[in-house]
Design a binder for this molecule. Structure first.
Ligand code: C5P
Length: 254
């Protein structure tokens, strides 16, 4: 029973400002995507990583992966693992217009013997290995869909559309969900492979598509559980997140 990770890395990252696709931007001189692949390969459970690249950037991403992770041109690489010896294969495929489409293309590239799948955003390059292992353990323990999550520090408001002809500033608040019951969810999210395949075969969610894979499983009525996440698994989305990511890396290397 193999565990594979799909890393959607085909987003343009417009909220980060103009420039190269987000996953290819560097932190401490290393592309974010490479950090993310290393974070997954650090888990002994993970034997295959499928990177989903921008459709016009597959060759570039393949070269980048080879450069940083296959320095000897070997077909696979052996990351530093406690008591290591296992190797992690890395495959690169082309992504789609939405995150959901990109993940589906990654799933289509998985070999038949994969039974557990993690989906991990390239934009979360610093997730600690304990979180990866915790998600895998929960799936292997029988949960079909597992997400790491954290309580929120901000109160969250649901807002509605401005009424026709409305004057005055601001968006109208519709509801304030009880903060103690909310979790901000991260990745890697972990799944029984068959469940996630089924969830993706239901077809796309309207608008920007599903923003997380567990949401697709919820649509199917499958139970989804939250396990503890980690503050260093934050998503690099806005310019300030780059500052934080660099600081986390500097602290780790100190
Ligand atoms: O846009 P967002 O921050 O939610 O993207 C989360 C992850 O999904 C990123 O790693 C991004 O590269 C990826 N993505 C993708 N294909 C898209 C859009 C986003 O692989 N079309």
């Amino acid at each position: 029973p193999r565990t594979a990770v799909v890393i959607p890395a085909a987003g343009r990252g417009v909220r980060l400002g103009p420039g190269t696709p987000k996953a290819l931007r560097t932190l401490h001189g290393t592309p974010m995507l490479v950090h993310a692949v290393r974070a997954m390969a650090a888990s002994r459970a993970v034997s295959l990583v499928v990177v989903v690249a921008p459709s016009d950037g597959v060759a570039e991403v393949r070269a980048m992966v080879d450069d940083h992770l296959h320095p000897t041109e070997a077909p696979s690489f052996a990351p530093a693992r406690a008591g290591g010896g296992d190797e992690t294969d890395i495959v690169v495929v082309a992504g789609g217009e939405t995150r959901q489409e990109s993940v589906r293309r990654g799933l289509d590239a998985l070999p038949a013997d994969v039974t557990t799948v993690l989906v991990h955003d390239a934009a979360r390059p610093l997730v600690p290995v304990d979180i990866v292992d915790g998600v895998v353990a929960a799936v292997r323990g029988g949960a079909p869909a597992v997400v790491p999550g954290l309580p929120l520090s901000d109160t969250v408001k649901e807002v509605g559309a401005l009424a026709e002809g409305a004057t005055g500033p601001g968006e109208p608040v519709v509801a304030t969900p009880e903060r103690a019951r909310l979790r901000a969810v991260q990745t890697p999210q972990g799944f029984d492979r068959e469940a996630l395949d089924r969830a993706h075969r239901q077809g796309p969610v309207q608008g920007e598509g599903a923003t997380d894979d567990a949401g697709l499983c919820e649509r199917l009525g499958l139970p989804v559980v939250v396990v503890p996440g980690h503050e260093e698994a934050f998503k690099v989305t806005r310019p300030l997140d780059l500052v934080l990511a660099e600081a986390v890396l500097a602290r780790r290397r100190a």
